[in-house]
Every structure is written in structure tokens, then in C-alpha cells.
Design a protein around this ligand. Structure first.
Ligand code: MCN
Length: 739
């Protein structure tokens, strides 16, 4: 906001030529020909490279197979070869001396297609009437089954079943994707400066796609204007730019436009989930069974297939079930692939379990809070392993439920008294778990610089979360120095290896690595000081970055002077640590929402949100609150406003912010009351868990429950998300016609 950030688009790259890409305008068809003869004559145009040339010389993305799933889905090629499979797929790349010239020329490249039948949704894919990849024999690219014993354990129980739809969502970071790619002929190596969540996965992916060893690739990630899961894999365009940098012998710059981001970037969610729970007469849950049907898109990115599996695995939520079973089926459609979007499976699971609990409460005559109370996993049972194998490390879910419920009731009364007469009001509550810190290790290093600074480096890099501040606090706390003295390096693969930033893992693992490295550096400093004063290390007292000999406070030295002595002795004060945990940690919390609904227009507005979040040891409460607020807004976006809609020809009807409503300040006029609890994870010395996704998991079910409550319809008549004014108005009209 101060204009001091360095994003890819404002990095100096005068020597680079500009790339713009020709995208498929139909969702499925054979390419009969590409005529670039006129485009090539346009001012500033240097070259046009076709998709078939690119595909012939590069590889495809390789799907990551999780939990033994059967993945037959083909990995995404970085461009279209003989046919196009979704609107937005890259068909050719144009290179010119300016971005404007490249974009102008793109409009003059003529692609001749022979249209083929289009599969634009899961239903059509399921029918198998047309096949996107005939060699698969069906439109199914993913199957997974987990758990057991549902039927055997639930014979005497009552069953409650519902199907929920999760529309495709567009992450919409402020900064779209962008890169500058170059090739060094002498060293036969690539450099990719790009907007991404970390440099490590892009480095591995680029090496794989270009068929070179990872040592030949350096990836630099400067400041990033948001990612929200959608920059966890490199864009196909980054790989095209790198390939063409070698092919053309030029440095290449690609800056995406907003509309391209909406059609060409991978989208989130896109699932239909049927869930059934078996409940005893006294309200105890005994079993849960789910079928997750996912829209994979035409091909898969590495992380596409993991998201629906994650949804299935987390489906039991905060509750005890004797048995659980889950099936996942991923279907191909003629749409851009899906992939992680903030929460990535957790919001889908959270929505289904919380809504099915509300449905069970309604069907069986329980108060929804009481039904939750009966079935929560208790802190005394932790570590607790769910029937689908998820381990809950620590937490007091009952306390969260009671706090959220009390706070919601008080807020509801307050909001009711302020709203204008005639407005309908409703409240909804949900609990959540946030499985955080997957990818079980991270690198962190800390070095005391004799010049008075602490240099730190982390494998986990920030794209808006404020790691520079929170990591500095962790280090400063251990060393007893001011956080301003800590200088953090992140986002450069040449700096060291790492895993990266996703799944709210940075504080748990990146923070832990820096914490342990700081402790080690401090130990080294004490050791060095003891040699300096010729005493035993136990006789050295460490206090606020200074060391003195017990009983002789005047024999003291500060850590930077010790660093100088250590450096002169050839043993600098530096430590690099790889922190590890065996299984992810589980953050948790509860959210309550009060909504108003205008009965004349059907417009639902969130009036108040109450939140109780527990992310273990809090590093920076202000930044953590920022995470909670941002994620809550995105959760509200999913519940009320956002949906990537494709028509039956596979055209994206919501390809601009005129049609795809991301909430802005005009949708954000609600009160927010948040409380943090701190139950440290026992897995690390720091005790921090993740907070980055909480609101995206907890808000959608709470908002939908609140709208249902406001309009007084039974849960099965509450429309699918997003609850747009039209859908809510129709639901109200149906209710009126029945009463
Ligand atoms: N924090 C804290 N104490 C904790 C946990 C977190 O103080 N116990 C604070 C820290 O300041 C930290 C921040 O919260 O910098 C987020 O930490 P963490 O929960 O560890 O999550 P990550 O840093 O790994 O971020 C990933 C997470 C994810 S998965 C998505 S998606 C997401 C998100 O963060 N995308 C974001 N938040 C985002 N915020 C911005 N501005 N932009 C995005 O793209």
C-alpha cells in the first residue's frame, strides 16, 4: 500500500520481450489450423510459437497420488496440441517488443476449429455420453475409497442423508500471475522470476516439464499480491515462457490480465458431496458415509486430485464416529482444471458435516447445539484418531462450542433490536477443524551478523501473510533482541531448499525451524562467550542479547560482539534446522453468524460474525486476526456471492468481476467479535498451529444455516450456495405458497 513492494510486473526487465497467449475460445474441438501470417507482420511482433511445437518439446504436469488413490487422469500439458479441451487453454504464444503489441497480435491469430461435444458439468460427465479422454473408457480420472464398517455399525441407527453442491470458485488474488523467464546458454540453466506461493515446487515442476535437472533451474519469488492456494503450482504460461526463452534466446516477460486469470488459472472447489450419518435415538452419532464427486476439469495439475480426497478424509469434523467410509470419484469436464483454493478440501468437508448435523437435529428433533455437544471429541480423548485416520493432537472443542454459542445468542439479540422492522433475521453456528501443516518439514536458518543484524532464511515464503514480521518475532524472542534487527530472506531457491507456504503450515513448521535455529545460535553464543571469559558455559547468563558471567555483571558482552569473535575463530554463529512433525496439527474453532434477509428482494446480508479460534501458540495476534478476517470474508463470498458458472458450451459466464462478485467493502458492513484461545500443539517446541484458512471452513455452513433460519425453510429447501438474492427470494416464495 506504500508502493514499496516489488512485484513481478514492476521489476526492471527492460531487456525482456513480452509474451501474450492465444487462448482457446471453444471448450472442445480439434485444431484444424493456426494462421499467424498477418500477426507476424504487425509492428513489434517478433515471433509466434504454436502449442503443438511447445507440446512436442515439453512434458506434462504429473499428478500427485495421495493415500493410494487410483489416478488415471492425464496430467495437464502446458499447451494445446491437436485439440483444445477447455476455454482458456493456450493454443499459441506471441512475442513482441511491448505487451500492447503482443496482445494486439494475439487478436489477429486465427485458429480454425472443428467443434466436438462439450461436457460442462459433473452430471454430463457421469452419464458417459461423450468421453473427453476416450482411452480412459469413461470420464473418471480419480477413485479413492477409505474407511470401513459403516453398514455393520449402523444397523439400528436412524439415517440422515443430504447432497451438497460446492460451486467452482475463482481465487482472485489482487496480483494475477506473472513471470520473467530467462535462459543462460553457457550454463544451460533457467531462471524464473514469478508470482508463486514458494520457489520450491515451481523449481521442481519446471525442471520436470522442460526435461532438465533441478540444479539447472533457479526460481525467485519476489513480493506476491496474494495467492490463496491458486499459485501453488506454476502456471502453464510460466513453463511456456521458460521454454521459449531458450528457443528464442531472449528474456521473456508475461503479465496476465484479469480475464485470463479467471478463465486460465485453476479454480477451486467444484464438488457434489452426498453425506449420510447414522444417529442413535439418544443423539449419539455412530457412522458416517460420504461420496465426494469432484469436477477435475479436462486434465489435472499436480494437486488437483488431492483436494477431494482431503475433503473425504476430514468429513467427520469435530465429532466422534465409530465408523466412517468415504468414496471419491473425480470426473473430467471440458473446463480448466480445479486445484487448491484457500482451505482446499477442508471447507468442503466442514460444510457437509456441519450442515448434516443441522439436518439431523431438524429431522430427529434435537437442538443443533445440544446435538453437537453430545458428539464432540473431548480433550481427554486426545490424541484422538478418527475412523478415517486423522489425528487430533490437542484441543478443547467443548469450550469452543459453549463460548461460540453464548456469544452468538447475545449478538443475535443485539442485532434483532437494531434491524428495521420487516427484515427477517436468522442465526447459524458451525464448528471447524483446520488440518494444518501438511508436508512434514521445513528449513530455517539464523545467523548472527557481527555488524549488528540477524540474518534469517526460511523455506516458507510469504504471499501476504506477513512472515517477515512473525518470523522476526520468533527469532527476536529467543535471542532477546529487537525484531527490527532481523532480516528475513525468503522466496529464492538459490538460498536453500524448503517446502513452501500452503495448508497454513508456515508458523507450525517454518516458525519451528527458526525457533530451533535461534535456540541453537543462542547456545553457540553462550558457548563462545564462556571461552571468551574462560569460564564454564553454565556460568554464563544470557539476558536480552547480552551475556555475562554469573556474579560478575561487569564481565559482559553482547551477541554481535560474540559473533565477531566467533567469526574470527572460523566458527560463525549460524544454524540451519529442518523441523519435522509426523502428522499435521489440528487447529479448531467455532463461528456464529447473524444474517438479515430482505423479504422483498431476497438479499441476505451478514450482520454479525462471532469467532472463537484456537491456533495454538499465537505469534502475532494482529496478523492472526487479519488472517481470520480475510478468510471469513472469503467464506462469506462462497456462501452468498461467488460461483464460476459455465454454460452448456463450456463458456465461462462469470469471466469478469462484473459477473463474478467477490465481496468488497460494501458487502463487509458486519460487526466482528473474535476471541483467540491457545492450546499449543505438543508436536513442536513453539506450539503454533495454523490459522490461515479458518474462516473459509467455518463461515459457509454458518451463513447458510443463518439464512435458512431467517427464511424459515427446512434445511433441504435452503438453496445451494451461493445464496444469491434470486435464489433466496424464490425459496421464500415457495415457503409462502406452502403456508
Ligand atoms: N499466525 C500467528 N500465530 C499462529 C498462526 C499464524 O500469529 N499460531 C499469523 C502469522 O502472522 C502468520 C499468519 O498468521 O504470518 C499465517 O500463518 P499460518 O497459519 O502459518 O499460514 P501460512 O503462513 O502458511 O499461510 C498459508 C495460508 C493459506 S493456506 C492460504 S490459501 C492463504 C493464507 O494463508 N493465502 C493468503 N492467508 C493469506 N493471506 C494473504 N494476505 N494472501 C494469501 O494469498
Amino acid at each position: 500500500m506504500r508502493g514499496e513492494g516489488t512485484y513481478v510486473a514492476n521489476m526492471e526487465s527492460h531487456d525482456a520481450i513480452c509474451m501474450a497467449v492465444v487462448r482457446a475460445t471453444i471448450a472442445h474441438g480439434r485444431i484444424l489450423g493456426i494462421d499467424s501470417s498477418f500477426a507476424r507482420t504487425m509492428p513489434g511482433v517478433i515471433d509466434v510459437v504454436t502449442g503443438s511445437e511447445i507440446v512436442a518439446n515439453t512434458g506434462r504436469f504429473v499428478p500427485v497420488v495421495q493415500l493410494g488413490a487410483s489416478v488415471t487422469a492425464p496430467g495437464l500439458p502446458i499447451a494445446a496440441d491437436e485439440s483444445v479441451q477447455y476455454v482458456g487453454q493456450v493454443v499459441a504464444a506471441v512475442f513482441a517488443t511491448s505487451q500492447r503489441a503482443a496482445i494486439d497480435a494475439v487478436n489477429e491469430v486465427i485458429v480454425d476449429y472443428d467443434s466436438l461435444p462439450v461436457i460442462s458439468d459433473i452430471q454430463t460427465a457421469r452419464s458417459g455420453e461423450y468421453l473427453i479422454h476416450p482411452e480412459l473408457g469413461s470420464n473418471i480420472g480419480l477413485r479413492w475409497h477409505g474407511g470401513a464398517n459403516y453398514e455393520a455399525t449402523t444397523r439400528s441407527a436412524r439415517k440422515v442423508r443430504r447432497t451438497f453442491k460446492m460451486p467452482r470458485l475463482i481465487a482472485s488474488p489482487m496480483e494475477p500471475r506473472a513471470c520473467v523467464a530467462s535462459y543462460d546458454e553457457e550454463g544451460e540453466s533457467f531462471e524464473l522470476i514469478c508470482s508463486a506461493q514458494d520457489p520450491h515446487r515451481p523449481k521442481a515442476q519446471l525442471a520436470e516439464l522442460l526435461g532438465v535437472s533441478e540444479e539447472k533451474v533457479r526460481v525467485i519469488v519476489p513480493d506476491v499480491g496474494g495467492a490463496f492456494g491458486a499459485k501453488g503450482s506454476i502456471a502453464t504460461e510460466y513453463a511456456i515462457a521458460a521454454y521459449c526463452a531458450r528457443r528464442l534466446g531472449q528474456r521473456i516477460r508475461w503479465i496476465e490480465e484479469r480475464g485470463e486469470n479467471m478463465t486460465g488459472g485453476y479454480q477451486g472447489r467444484g464438488m457434489e458431496i452426498t453425506v449420510e450419518i447414522a444417529v442413535m435415538d439418544d443423539g449419539r452419532f455412530v457412522g458416517l458415509k460420504s461420496l465426494v464427486e469432484a469436477d477435475l476439469g479436462a486434465y489435472v495439475y499436480p494437486l488437483t486430485t488431492g483436494v477431494p480426497i482431503s475433503a473425504a478424509v476430514l468429513m467427520t469434523g469435530n465429532y466422534v464416529f465409530q465408523s466412517a467410509e468415504a468414496d471419491v470419484i473425480g470426473y473430467h469436464t471440458n473446463a480448466v482444471p480445479t486445484g487448491p483454493y484457500r482451505g482446499a478440501g477442508r471447507p468442503e468437508a466442514g460444510f457437509c458435516i456441519e450442515r448434516i448435523v443441522d439436518a439431523a437435529a431438524a429431522d430427529l428433533g434435537f437442538d443443533p447445539v445440544e446435538l453437537r455437544r453430545i458428539n464432540l471429541v473431548h480433550s481427554s480423548e486426545m490424541p484422538y484418531t478418527t475412523p478415517l485416520g486423522v489425528v487430533f493432537d490437542s484441543g478443547n472443542y467443548s469450550q469452543v462450542l459453549e463460548m461460540t454459542s453464548a456469544s452468538l445468542n447475545a449478538t443475535y439479540t443485539k442485532v434483532r433490536s437494531h434491524l428495521s422492522p420487516g427484515m427477517l433475521v436468522g442465526k447459524g453456528l458451525s464448528l471447524y477443524i483446520e488440518r494444518a501443516a501438511p508436508g512434514f518439514w521445513e528449513r530455517g536458518s539464523v545467523e548472527i551478523d557481527p555488524d549488528g543484524l540477524v540474518s534469517a532464511s526460511s523455506g516458507s515464503s510469504s504471499h501476504g501473510q506477513g512472515h517477515a514480521i512473525s518470523f522476526a518475532q520468533i527469532i527476536a524472542d529467543q535471542l532477546g533482541v529487537s525484531p527490527e534487527l532481523v532480516q528475513l530472506r525468503e522466496g529464492d531457491s538459490a538460498d536453500g531448499d524448503g517446502v513452501g507456504t500452503f495448508g497454513s503450515r508456515s508458523m507450525t513448521l517454518g516458525g519451528e525451524a527458526l525457533n530451533l535455529a535461534s535456540i541453537e545460535v543462542r547456545r553457540m553464543a553462550v558457548d563462545r562467550a564462556s571461552k571468551y571469559f574462560e569460564v564454564e558455559p553454565e556460568e554464563i547468563v544470557y539476558e536480552l542479547g547480552r551475556m555475562y558471567v554469573t556474579g560478575s555483571p561487569s564481565r559482559d558482552i553482547d551477541i554481535f560482539s560474540v559473533a565477531a569473535v566467533a567469526r574470527d575463530a572460523g566458527e560463525p554463529l549460524v544454524s540451519e534446522i529442518r523441523s519435522r512433525i509426523e502428522v499435521p496439527v489440528i487447529s479448531f474453532g467455532g463461528y456464529g453468524v447473524v444474517v438479515s434477509v430482505d423479504p422483498d428482494t431476497g438479499e441476505a446480508r451478514v450482520q454479525a460474525v462471532v469467532a472463537v479460534d484456537d491456533a495454538g501458540t499465537l505469534i502475532n495476534p494482529m496478523l492472526a486476526e487479519g488472517q481470520v478476517l480475510g478468510a471469513a470474508m472469503q467464506g462469506i463470498g462462497q456462501a452468498l456471492y461467488e460461483e464460476a458458472i459455465y454454460d452448456e458450451d463450456g463458456q465461462l459466464l462469470t469471466g469478469s468481476f462484473l459477473d463474478y462478485l467477490i465481496p468488497s467493502s460494501s458487502e463487509a458492513g458486519y460487526s466482528f467479535e473474535g476471541t483467540f484461545l491457545e492450546t499449543p500443539t505438543p508436536y513442536t517446541s513453539l506450539g503454533a498451529k495454523g490459522i490461515g484458512e479458518a474462516g473459509t471452513i467455518a463461515l459457509p455452513p454458518a451463513v447458510v444455516a443463518a439464512v435458512g433460519d431467517a427464511i424459515g425453510v427446512v434445511d433441504s429447501l435452503v438453496p445451494d450456495m451461493p445464496l444469491t438474492p434470486e435464489k433466496v427470494w424464490r425459496a421464500l416464495a415457495i415457503r409462502k405458497s406452502h403456508s
